[in-house]
Design a protein. Sequence first.
Lengths: 477, 483, 95
Amino acid sequence: MEWETVIGLEIHTQLATKSKIFSGASTAYGAEPNTQACAVDLGLPGVLPVLNEEAVHKAVIFGMAIEAEIAPYSVFARKNYFYPDLPKGYQISQMELPIVGNGHLDIEVDGIMKRIGITRAHLEEDAGKSLHEDFHGLTGIDLNRAGTPLLEIVSEPDMRSAKEAVAYMKKLHELVRYLDICDGNMQEGSFRCDANVSVRPKGQKKYGTRAEIKNINSFKFVEKAINHEIERQIELIENGGRVIQETRLYDSVKDETRSMRSKEEANDYRYFPDPDLLPVLISEDYKTVVKAQLPELPQAKKHRFKDQYALDEENAAILTYSCQMADYFERVLKESGCEAKLCVNWITGELSAALNKAGLEIMDSPVGSERLAGLLARIRDNTISGKIAKQVFEEMWQSTATADEIIAAKGLKQITDTGAIEAIIDKIIADNPGQVEQYRSGKDKVFAFFVGQVMKEMQGKANPAEVNKMLKVKLNQ
Amino acid sequence: MHTKTLIELAQGLRSGEFSSVELTQIFLNRIKQHQHLNAYITVTEEAALQNAKAADVRLANGKAELLTGIPIAQKDIFCTLDVKTTCGSKMLDNFTAPYNATIVEKFNQAGAVMLGKLNMDEFAMGSSNETSYYGVVKNPWNTHTVPGGSSGGSAAAVAARLAVCATGTDTGGSIRQPAALCGITGLKPTYGRVSRYGMIAYASSLDQGGPMTHSAEDAAILLQTMAGFDEKDSTSVDCPVPDYRAGLNNSLAGLKIGLPKEFFGNGLSSNMAATLETAINEYRKLGAEIKEISMPNLKLAIPAYYVIAPAECSANLSRFDGVRYGYRCENPVDLTDLYTRSRGEGFGKEVKRRILMGTYALSAGYYDAYYIKAQKIRRLISEDFKNALAKVDVIMGPVTPTTAFGIGEKIGNPIEMYLSDIYTIAINLAGVPAMSIPAGFVAGMPVGLQIIGNYFAEDSLLNIAYQYQQVTDWHQHTPKGFE
Amino acid sequence: MSLTADDVNKIAHLARLGIDKHDIESYAKDLSGMLDLMTRMGELNTDDVEPMAHPMDQVQRLRPDVVTEQNNRKKFQAIAPQVEAGLYLVPKVIE
């Protein structure tokens, strides 16, 4: 039988606010345990939540970017369950009236565009962390993360393969960073994914029973976990079994999913509107203001880059992969006055290679856009050749000097003084009568030998075009 | 000295007739002397005397406010920094609050001297103070009867003059009912008028703190300090606080008083009704017009309340789990054991009953039938009040169906106990302000008159109560043995 | 409407509330009494009524995104039942 896979993703993005969603405690990552858990985060008796305006703002930005309905009236609800990393015994979330309604995101897989529906996105508070290393057989609880704002983005079950799911997740990851609403750091848990996976015989309308795979925190694992889960379900059904609705945990070490029955037991979250919080109103005026502030979105930017800078699909995609990369490119372009092609070649070539080698992101590049522009400007005005430029770039990577400083210090300036070049050419011709004879008898290939000799003599600093021109004249005399 | 009004005491402190230290010592002595009332859970003697000393300095410097140096007491539901805060529960018997409630902070700023923390029904759930882990409080008018609840310790302490005045909280009548049963003045402000930050939540959409005092004037002074916007409480309302004492002398001529016929039906004993009739006659003499009105949905207030309040409390009390503070059971074998035993051993029976009720009402399959239905009834009740208060200025009625009942009389029958809150509960559902003022005695036990006003009309309630207290002296009576 | 002992056990588990088995019946009786009281709400038709969650039709106020809280771990953990290395300790959580 042929099977069809149905996948929906729930993605938790930590919103990049300074303080927590309902308290004034810091959200900075990596602090000593429980030093950023204030009275409100700890759920002390008598404390009350007050909503962070920036969390609302970021949720609305996201809603706008996916062309979603922004709820004029949304409500916070309590989701009740007991867990030691959940201090109040309930999570403040949104249930019936989320802040962001129906929207969509377009993905591309194997050159085919596909629109993925986004059912909703709602604001909620993150829980703390349980640390399982041994405290005499006990578990340690760190509540620093408790109360960090999350936007939970729930997709429609529109994806039909793990590949599509990864494409969607990557696209969303790119978007939230473009919008500057989430730092996207998956290692630190800023962007986490749960996948709902089911299979059904091809052609069948009704969805199969789904399993939810929890907390898959890298693109690679999402693909593996989903593919593994698809296989498991198909095998189960083909052997006469039935998929049960449950939560499963992906084990990246063993590359398998396993049931998490302990968490599943008698889930009855008893949602009801949180009486400590009032309805959130979003006015049309507010939406207009946010809309005006929206940055250029990845898709639009890619199209513009292709048109404006005559880039091919691949280069446009690389340069618009992140907002920082795109900005870097446009700054280099503007400051160097070079043509786009040269900038693209340098950024996707030398710079990207160096960044990859050092494991750095573009925003952490030791060579900033200003210094790179300074270097490319010297290529443009023939001060140095492309080859020398690579040497200068390596120096720049190690230091904070500008291209001009390095060129001056190392004496790398191209020699454009025709007298000096002429003297060298005369010397080379005099030293190599045999080759001169060969050339003059019609062996054109020997010309390259002369160019090489001249450049070697001049330590690469001569302008190759000038050398060519003068050599021709001299040899033909 | 202890029978003086707040204003008289403030004047005495200013004139140098006595110091705050002396005054505080007198009250501390009285607390010890009348320990059998069980009004206090914690007495903060040392801190009180220290603060009294500081108040005396402030008085000498001429920088005092009306409450500077006045000995008051806090219901043990308000978090007090470095002072045990129990909420009447074993769950918090070992809990020292690491912060101050907003209103506690405000009283501190005003220079009031806190004598200690007052007994109450566990987590404010009860109408008799019998659910307190620290034992029942005795009504100073008859120590075999209850003081009412949940602010029973506050009412008894003020009535017995073990504090000049006190704070209380009111979720379904918890200020007004004990005030009525102990013969003092109690005011439940409009929902959102007084900050709830640091006040341990029972039912968040109903809870409201307020003053419990001898007179309307004292209540005005306390409310002046307690009221006001608090940025730490999302439900706190940002609207100006009037000068509550400024309007006390306004004339009541032409005041329209509505008497809901639903308040004067079968449930009310005949001598209670007669006492209230006499009180209302006083208002006639003061120039008020009396009108009968009808509020048809009031009869559903109790069922709606006993869905909404338990639902909210079932979530509010989930934080008491033995992990970060409060009671933890001995040697838990696993996580479920830690939760169920800590909560099972830490909470008393009434609290458990309401948590169970609320959990049930919110659980899958019942949410619409109970919770949503109750929220709809709540709107209808609130509309009853809006409609009535469009026709009349204030509504008057009883606070309780009878005077204080005997200790142990109703505790075995929770439903009967709930039904005794029939006149107070609807007010919390609507969120309007209401007062209870002493209006006479039946068989030697105090009777309260309830005055209910429009949203944020505390000033007018205080004026109406004050005018009555100018022509009657019920609020000046002191129970025997406490003179 | 009446609740059975079994119902009470289920709700008690949801609420993580330990209840003495000798008390189960009495809770079942009390809760059933409360439910009887509540069935009175059914007397009123409320089809066209909006549920009311708060006494006043107010809206949520928003707080500026500013860090106002400092580390107060020492004070908060002084009242904790069991802590070590700055962590709250609980019986082993099994996932």
